[in-house]
Each structure stands twice: as structure tokens, then as C-alpha cells.
Design a protein around this ligand. Structure first.
Ligand SMILES: Nc1nc2c(c(=O)[nH]1)N[C@H]1C(S)=C(S)[C@@H](COP(=O)(O)OP(=O)(O)OC[C@H]3O[C@@H](n4cnc5c(=O)[nH]c(N)nc54)[C@H](O)[C@@H]3O)O[C@H]1N2
Ligand SMILES: Nc1nc2c(c(=O)[nH]1)N[C@H]1C(S)=C(S)[C@@H](COP(=O)(O)OP(=O)(O)OC[C@H]3O[C@@H](n4cnc5c(=O)[nH]c(N)nc54)[C@H](O)[C@@H]3O)O[C@H]1N2
Ligand SMILES: [Mo]
Length: 876
């Protein structure tokens, strides 16, 4: 730890601090109006000037590195006088009311501490006020030209919203549109976070006041796993801030984490248990709801056997809750019919990875983005769906990493890419086989890696010989030369990292699609090293955890097969695990239609809205005798088919852990009391166990006790105590309390020994275009809304994205004489719906793309019945 001498006194300061941070740590607060630790110092405000011994001029502390023995003056009278002078210049045009309203802003602090409040002379100029944005209030009368907003937008988010206009004293910072609302702003709030004055402010703070309490937790939206600090006041969330030392988000958040929290207090949140009789919901007590559910489950089991019940865990709930869900299913209901929405999402990824390398996880970490020389993004749209990952990839590309994007649409990352392969949907196999062909044909394999760790190379080489880029080009619509170029970039720009999404998995060849990606990484030795690997961008906050905790018909907690884990878990639970194979959730729907499944308990999963081919889902759900829905809101499943509603708590109202896409277990912390009579899912499950006369094994005094049972059952969690998870979490596996967790898997070996290259031929989807159905529709997401929209749809995000849209190419729109925004009827072989069109150059002629975030458009009325051949994931 370095020693520094400040104003004649010696101090030992922590390693790795900037000088500004070091001075702060010893109680010296220098005003640093232009400085933010997330940005490179520009030293323009010159308020943090210090005098280093031996140098003639004062230097800005923000740009001065710490060296051991550094001796400096920080509070000498002449330095203080210079600071006063600079602040005075800023003060004369700054409005005093801003300081009174928000005394804690850095600039306001600096003014007050130096007794300069009297010198504030500015007045608010309505022309510089912009209240167009639902979350961000702009008043550029309060701007002091520190340019932090401009720089953070560029250097953290990779957006270029803020610009300097005008000259001299009339210089103003403005968004790149007429208003902030109509600019290229993606509403991440980084500019508000960094603004040292009142120029940029959260509208929620203006309306509800500054927070009085801050709680660190993990974001409830996607699988990136950003940690955030939630500010509350009078029992209500009023603001969210990024956490600087968060391992994934590193002081950044996206619009959902930062702003989309108001759903917790939505008026239509269901907070009392309900039972439906003769079509009408009736409010009941918890005792009645649990007793009723227990009796109905017991009756059905008595009549039809345990396998007539299915249970769906929630990718939105905690690990502890999903662990209890599958334990309840297996030992109380006595069936393996338990699954979660990983099935419709990344089960193909985990299955492909598990079968080839032996572990069904992302192999690397988000920190590898900065280590990779090449990044290949396939069938994923990170700037909208995993925005913090997207921003990090954009910054890596700006710094010179090669970027390859394989996506039918010109997604935002395509504009930063060295190579965008606009593949025809459903043809990943030919394209990636042809890339493998090129790698072999041009001698770009990593011979050493293949020789040491890969199996069946010769068979693969014979097979792949036929997959020439020319042959693939005819199928996938990408020119042969482009395929070769991408293959060369990926194979020679090592280390090369891959990210993939649903454009790989939600296909009839979804699992096989991921397998052909794994082939590429094996051939080029891109495993087990920093900046490499195959990395599925997992969907929801805890979808990785839900499946990993055993909400999977064939797997027990820790993702081990029932055969391998049976003895251990039977001992831990003091109960037998049923022998019969469980059904996955689409098989449950088939079984319901066939009359074999009679009851379903769905926890935090709106399957009627979210599963494909809604007419079929409706027939299945309609055939059930009991549908228990446990959610925050009246989902479409509950509205259409629910028999009992058990109101659950959101993650702001309970404790526990989530597991993100890079296998990181992080803490979730309660900062609000449960709304109304709602309860945490784990308590509801324990309550239902009690109602079914099962006390043993379901009595816990809190989530930590459940977690400790998980640690007892799973070797990979053994070293992760709640105390160790407290900040930043730990990455699975972490087998002992002195183990640091595992950022990179398969460093020296694969769990399977040698990994086998896969020879996979192309099988076209049965769903093809023709004269009657000329358009090929794919469905996906948009930045501002999240999945079923139950949460994001109950926030001001709905002002930013009010409806689902059908993206159509300009040429097709012109041919059909469609105007932007016009509502159209969309008809498929399976159903129809109506929604507005959006004319979009990012999409090719003959293709359509729609989001599925609202019940109003109910996109899954038009999606079809085709499924992945290995694990049943729908072809969305
Ligand atoms: N804002 C927001 N973020 C989210 C979600 C959300 O609803 N909203 N949902 C979360 C969830 S649950 C998930 S699973 C993730 C999903 O995140 P992504 O995997 O990024 O999901 P999609 O938006 O469905 O994007 C899939 C991409 O695949 C492309 N594609 C379609 N067909 C093909 C093909 O045949 N080949 C290739 N190579 N590409 C193809 C599409 O054009 C699209 O850009 O996002 C999570 N994050
Ligand atoms: N057309 C089309 N359809 C798709 C897809 C697609 O690409 N295209 N993608 C599919 C994919 S990848 C996914 S993951 C699914 C997502 O489908 P869903 O899982 O239905 O969608 P989510 O919005 O994630 O909602 C889960 C539910 O959890 C509730 N919830 C939130 N927190 C908690 C909690 O702590 N406890 C409980 N009990 N409930 C909670 C929410 O209110 C919400 O109703 O959609 C699938 N559907
Ligand atoms: Mo998902």
C-alpha cells in the first residue's frame, strides 16, 4: 500500500486508488466537477489542483497518478483561493433555486462549503428546459460545461446523444434531436448519474424526493446480473443508481434496471389470495387458498397418480425459491414433472454444451469481453436485450476488437461490426458448417489444441469437406466470400469469444445450432482461456439459476442427472426421488390435451401468453382441472384459466440470490415490505407443504437457511456462504470456502475428457414461405419492454415503447402500400392478430420481425407448433 504525504502529514492509502479517491479516503474532499472515475480524466474544471513537491505549477489531482512517497499540498491558501475564483465564475450564471432544492449535488456542495451561495445570480431560462423525457428532466441553465454527460454517453454507453452547440458564452449542450425524447437517447441515465449539478435529474426524484435509504441488490430484469443500489423514501422506491464496484455493470445500468421499478406499486398488483368459482374471483385468506390448493392437488393425485400434476418454476424468482419448487414437486407431489421457461429459451445451449464439453454453462465471463481480440455475436441483440453487455461489446469494438455479427437483421451492433452476415432465418447450420469448412480448408485450426483436447477430428474433416461456402451460400443467403471472411476473422483473431442468443436456439435445429458453434471454438482452441468460449446470453434475471436449481425434469440441483444425484439428494432430503421420467413444459401441454395432465402450478411464468401457438396452449390449459397461478399480476394464464391465485412478492420485497449468465451467484435484498398480503415465493411453497401435512424439509427461517441446504447438496455451491456473496457474488463452481469461484471453465481439461466435434447436417424447418404465406416472421424483443410486459409495461417505459410493432422492409411496405404506424392484420397458418407496422431498413425484404410484449397484440397467436428436435424449444 503506497504512502503519500499530504499537507505535511503522512498517510497510507489503499492500492489501486486514484489520487482523488485517495484524498477522499483520508477526509480531503476536493471539488472535482469534471471528474468521474468511470471516465478518462480531462482536467478541465481545474478545481482539484494540488501542488506536488518538486513541481513548479499546480496540477489537477484527477489526472495525477499515485506513486509511493508522493508529497503534495492540497489545501494551501493560494490553492483554495484559486478554487474559489473558479467556482465564483460558474456561480454568477447559476440559478440559486437549484442549490436550495438539491443541496447534495457536488457543485452545490462546493458552492455552499465556500460560502458562495450569495453569488448565485442565474435564472432559469425556459428555453433550456426540456421535460419531454419520462425519466430525465433537463435544465441546461444549470449546466456548468463539465461535459461529463457528453463523455459518459460516448465512453460508457457508446451512444452519442449529447452535443455542444453554439460558441463562447452561448455554448450549450443539447441532445441530438429536437428534444431528449426524440433523440437517439437509450434512457440509461448515465448522464444523470454523472451530472454534478441540477442540469440533469431523475424525474422520479423531482416528484418523490431524494432517497433516505439505499440498498444494494441485483437487477430483476435480464440475465446480465447488474448490481444496483435502490433508493427508498417512505416505503417507496424513488431512485436507482448504478453500483461502481459491481463486477458486471461497473457503474452502469440500462433503462430497465435504472428506471423501470414502478410496477412494484402498480394499482393492479394482486396482493390478496383468490379462488375462482363459477368464473368469478373471490378474495380469500392465505389459509383458505393454501388449503384449497392442497386439497385439490391431493384429490387429483389420488385419482390419477402423481404424474397428473406439473409444476413450473420461475426464472424471475430466487435460487432458493426454485430449489424449493423442485424439491416440493419431487418429494411432496412425488413427480419429476417440473420445468421452467429455460425450456423455451436456452435449454438448447445448456444441452449442447453439456453433451459436448460436459458442463451446460457459459464458459467464460463478461470480463472476457475486454480480453477478446475478436467477438462473434450470433442470433443475439445485446444492445437491446443485455444492454450492459451490448455497451461493453460496443466499447471493445471502438478500441479495435474485431466484431462479427450473424443476424438476419441489421441490429445496432451490425453498425460497429467488421462483418455482418445477414443470414436467412433458420439456416445457422449451413453457415457455421461452412465457416468450419473454411477453417479446415485454409489450415486455420489450432493443431495443438485439437491434438490435445478434441476427438473425432478425422470423421469431422471428412464430413465438413462437403460443406463448402458455395453450397452454404445458396441455403443461408450469405455470399461465400463473406462466410470465408468471417471464418478467417474468427479463426485468426485470437482470442475469440462468442455470444449467442435465441436466433441460435429457438429453431427446429436449436440444440444442433449451438453444437456447430461449439465446433468452431473447438477447432480454433478458443476454450479455457481469457477472451474465448461459447457464451449463451441467458434471458431473465434468474433463468440460469431456475434450471440449475433443478426446475428441469431430468436434472437435480447443480444440473446433475437424476441418476448421478439420486443417492446424495435422497439422503439429504430423507425422501425418495420418483423413478418415472418427468415431462418438460411443452410435453405437459401435450399431456394436458391428451387428458393425462390434470393440474398445473405455474410460478412466475405466463405460459398462455409466452408459449407458441396460443390456440393450442388454450386447448391444453382449458383441459386442466386445476391451474394454480403464483405471480405479482393477473397474467393471461390466470385470467383465462386460473383456479387459484397466490400473490407473490417481487425481488424488491425479499431476500435471496440470483445466478446470472456468467454463473455468478449474487445477493438479492429486501428494501420494501411485501405489498399487501403478498408473500415471498419460498414462504408460499413452505405454506403449501404444510397444508399438505409436510413439515419436515420445508421449515426454514429464511432464504439463507435454504441456501445452506443447497450448499450441502451441491458441491459447486459449497464455498459460497451468504457472507462471501455479500458484494459482487461468486461464480459457480466454488467448492470450498477458500475457493475464489470460477470465471473461466475448462482451463486445462473438459469434464468429458476430449470434446467430440459434431457432424450435423441441415434440416430445413417445416415452416416455409410460399405464395399463400409469402413472409417469414421472426419474433423477439425491444429495449424498453421485457417479455410478457407484466413489469416493464407497468412503468413509464410504456411511453417509450407503447405497443408491439411489426417491422417490415421499406420495399415490402411500399408494395403493400403501408404507412408507418398503420395497423395491419397479421395472419399465419396458426392464427392471426393485429398490430402497427414499423417500416425499418434493418430488415430484409420478405422478412418480418415482431415483438411479443403485450397481451393486446398477443403475438403467439401466430407462432407455430414446431420444436427443437432434441429438447423441445419452440421455433419462435
Ligand atoms: N429489453 C429486453 N431484454 C430482454 C428481454 C426482453 O424481453 N426485453 N428478454 C430476456 C430474455 S427472456 C431472453 S431469452 C433474452 C433474449 O435475447 P436475444 O437472444 O438477444 O433475443 P431476441 O431479441 O429474440 O434476438 C434474437 C436475434 O436473433 C436473430 N435471428 C432470428 N433468426 C435467426 C437465425 O436463424 N439465425 C441467426 N443467427 N439469428 C437469427 C433476430 O433477428 C434477433 O436479432 O433477452 C433477455 N433480455
Ligand atoms: N413469440 C415469442 N414468444 C416468446 C419468446 C420469443 O422470442 N418469441 N421468447 C420466450 C422466452 S425466451 C421466454 S424466457 C418467455 C418468457 O415468458 P414469461 O416467463 O412468461 O415472461 P416474463 O415476463 O419473464 O414473466 C414471468 C412472470 O413472472 C412474474 N414475476 C416476476 N417476479 C416474480 C417473483 O419474484 N415471483 C413470482 N412468483 N412471479 C414473478 C411476472 O409478473 C411475470 O408474470 O417467453 C417466450 N415467448
Ligand atoms: Mo428467455
Amino acid at each position: 500500500m503506497p504512502q503519500i504525504i499530504v499537507d505535511g502529514q503522512a498517510h497510507t492509502v489503499a492500492d489501486g486508488l486514484s489520487l482523488v479517491q485517495a484524498l477522499h479516503s483520508i477526509g480531503i474532499e476536493l471539488p472535482t466537477l469534471c471528474h468521474d472515475e468511470r471516465l478518462k480524466p480531462t482536467a478541465v474544471c481545474r478545481l482539484c489542483l494540488v501542488r506536488v513537491k518538486g513541481s513548479a505549477h499546480a496540477v489537477p489531482a484527477c489526472a495525477t497518478p499515485i506513486t509511493d512517497g508522493l508529497e503534495l499540498e492540497a489545501r494551501a491558501p493560494d490553492l483554495e483561493e484559486a478554487r474559489r475564483g473558479s467556482l465564483r465564475l460558474l456561480a454568477w450564471r447559476y440559478p440559486p433555486d437549484a442549490v436550495a432544492a438539491f443541496p447534495d449535488k457536488p457543485f452545490h456542495n462546493a458552492i455552499q462549503e465556500r460560502g458562495l451561495v450569495e453569488e448565485l445570480r442565474g435564472a432559469s431560462n425556459p428555453e433550456l428546459v426540456d421535460r419531454s423525457h419520462p425519466y430525465i428532466a433537463v435544465d441546461m441553465t444549470r449546466c456548468i460545461d463539465c461535459h461529463r454527460c457528453v463523455r459518459i454517453c460516448e465512453d460508457l454507453q457508446g451512444q452519442f446523444v449529447w452535443h455542444t452547440l453554439g460558441r463562447g458564452m452561448d455554448t450549450r449542450i443539447r441532445p441530438d434531436g429536437p428534444t431528449l425524447r426524440d433523440s437517439s437517447c437509450v434512457s440509461c441515465g448515465a448522464c444523470v448519474d454523472t451530472c454534478p449539478t441540477g442540469a440533469l435529474e431523475d424525474t422520479s426524484v423531482l416528484a418523490l424526493g431524494t432517497p433516505t435509504n439505499w440498498t444494494r441488490t441485483t437487477c430483476p430484469y435480464c440475465g446480465t446480473g447488474c448490481e444496483m443500489s435502490v433508493g427508498t423514501r417512505d416505503g417507496r422506491i424513488v431512485a436507482v443508481k448504478a453500483v461502481m464496484d459491481a463486477p458486471v455493470s461497473k457503474g452502469h445500468l440500462c433503462v430497465k434496471g435504472r428506471y423501470a421499478f414502478e410496477f412494484v406499486r402498480a394499482d393492479d398488483r394482486i396482493t390478496t389470495p383468490m379462488i375462482r368459482t363459477d368464473g368469478n374471483w373471490r378474495l380469500v385468506t392465505w389459509e383458505e387458498a393454501l388449503q384449497f390448493s392442497a386439497e385439490r392437488l391431493q384429490q387429483l393425485i389420488a385419482r390419477h397418480g402423481a404424474d397428473c400434476i406439473g409444476v413450473l418454476g420461475s426464472a424471475r424468482a430466487t435460487n432458493e425459491e426454485n430449489y424449493l419448487t423442485q424439491k416440493f414437486t419431487r418429494v411432496v407431489l412425488r413427480t419429476n414433472n417440473v420445468d421452467c421457461c429455460a425450456r423455451v429459451c436456452h435449454t438448447p445451449s445448456s444441452t449442447a454444451l453439456k453433451s459436448i464439453v460436459g458442463a451446460g454453462f457459459s464458459t467464460n465471463s463478461f470480463d472476457d469481453i475486454e480480453a477478446a481480440a475478436t467477438i462473434l455475436v450470433c442470433g443475439a441483440n445485446p444492445t437491446e436485450n443485455h444492454p450492459i453487455v451490448g455497451a461493453r461489446i460496443k466499447q471493445a469494438a471502438r478500441r479495435g476488437a474485431a466484431l462479427i455479427v450473424v443476424d438476419p437483421r441489421a441490429i445496432e451492433l451490425a453498425s460497429s461490426a467488421d462483418c455482418h452476415l445477414a443470414i436467412r432465418p433458420g439456416t445457422n447450420i449451413p453457415l457455421f458448417n461452412a465457416m468450419a469448412h473454411t477453417i479446415l480448408a485454409e489450415g486455420l485450426c489450432d493443431r495443438d489444441f485439437v491434438g490435445a483436447r478434441v476427438a473425432e477430428f478425422d470423421e469431422f474433416a471428412r464430413f465438413i469437406d462437403a460443406w463448402t461456402p458455395r453450397r452454404a451460400a445458396r441455403l443461408c443467403g450469405v455470399a461465400a466470400d463473406e462466410i470465408r471472411r468471417a471464418a478467417r476473422l474468427y479463426a485468426t483473431g485470437r482470442p475469440a469469444m462468442m455470444f449467442h442468443g435465441l436466433g441460435m436456439t429457438e429453431h427446429v435445429q436449436g440444440t444442433e445450432g449451438v453444437m456447430v458453434l461449439v465446433n468452431l471454438a473447438l477447432l480454433t482452441g478458443n476454450f479455457g482461456k481469457p477472451g474465448t468460449g461459447v457464451n449463451p446470453l441467458r434471458g431473465q434475471n434468474n433463468v440460469q439459476g431456475a434450471a440449475h436449481m433443478g426446475c428441469e425434469p431430468k436434472l437435480l440441483p447443480g444440473s446433475i442427472s437424476i441418476d448421478a444425484g439420486r443417492t446424495g439428494f435422497e439422503k439429504l432430503w430423507q425422501q425418495q426421488i420418483p423413478q418415472a421420467h418427468g415431462l418438460h413444459q411443452l410435453e405437459m401441454m401435450d399431456a394436458a390435451q391428451a387428458g393425462r395432465l390434470k393440474g398445473l402450478w405455474t410460478i412466475g411464468y405466463d405460459l398462455f401468453l409466452s408459449n407458441p401457438n396460443a390456440a393450442e396452449t388454450a386447448r391444453a390449459l382449458g383441459a386442466l382441472e386445476l391451474v394454480v397461478v403464483q405471480d405479482l399480476f393477473m397474467t393471461e394464464t390466470a385470467r383465462g384459466f386460473g383456479s387459484v391465485f397466490l400473490p407473490a412478492c417481487s425481488s424488491f420485497e425479499k431476500d435471496g440470490t440470483f445466478m446470472n449468465a456468467e454463473r455468478r451467484i449474487q445477493r438479492v435484498r429486501k428494501m420494501l415490505e411485501p405489498a399487501g398480503d403478498s408473500r415471498p415465493d419460498w414462504e408460499i411453497i413452505s405454506g403449501l407443504a404444510r397444508a399438505m401435512d409436510r413439515h419436515d424439509g420445508f421449515q426454514f427461517n429464511g432464504p439463507e437457511a435454504i441456501w445452506n441446504e443447497i450448499r450441502a447438496g451441491c458441491e459447486g455451491a459449497r464455498g459460497m456462504t451468504y457472507a462471501r456473496l455479500d458484494r459482487a457474488g461468486l461464480q459457480w463452481p466454488c467448492p470450498s470456502e477458500d475457493h475464489p469461484g470460477t470465471p473461466i471453465l475448462h482451463r486445462d481439461a473438459f469434464p468429458v475428457g476430449r470434446a467430440r466435434l459434431q457432424t450435423i447436417d441441415y434440416a430445413a424447418s417445416p415452416e416455409q414461405t410460399g405464395t399463400e404465406y409469402p413472409f417469414l416472421l421472426t419474433t423477439g424483443r425491444s429495449l424498453y419492454q421485457f417479455n410478457a410486459g407484466t413489469m416493464s409495461g407497468r412503468t413509464l417505459n410504456s411511453e417509450l415503447r407503447p405497443a408491439d410493432l411489426l417491422d417490415i422492409a421499406p420495399a415490402d411496405a411500399a408494395r403493400l402500400n403501408l404507412q408507418d404506424g398503420q395497423v395491419v392484420r397479421l395472419v399465419s397458418r396458426f392464427g392471426s392478430t393485429t398490430l402497427p407496422v414499423h417500416i425499418d431498413c434493418a430488415i430484409r425484404t420478405g422478412q418480418l420481425f415482431a415483438t411479443f410484449h403485450t397481451a393486446k397484440s398477443f403475438l403467439n397467436r401466430v407462432t407455430g407448433p414446431h420444436r427443437d428436435g432434441v429438447v423441445g424449444t419452440p421455433e419462435y
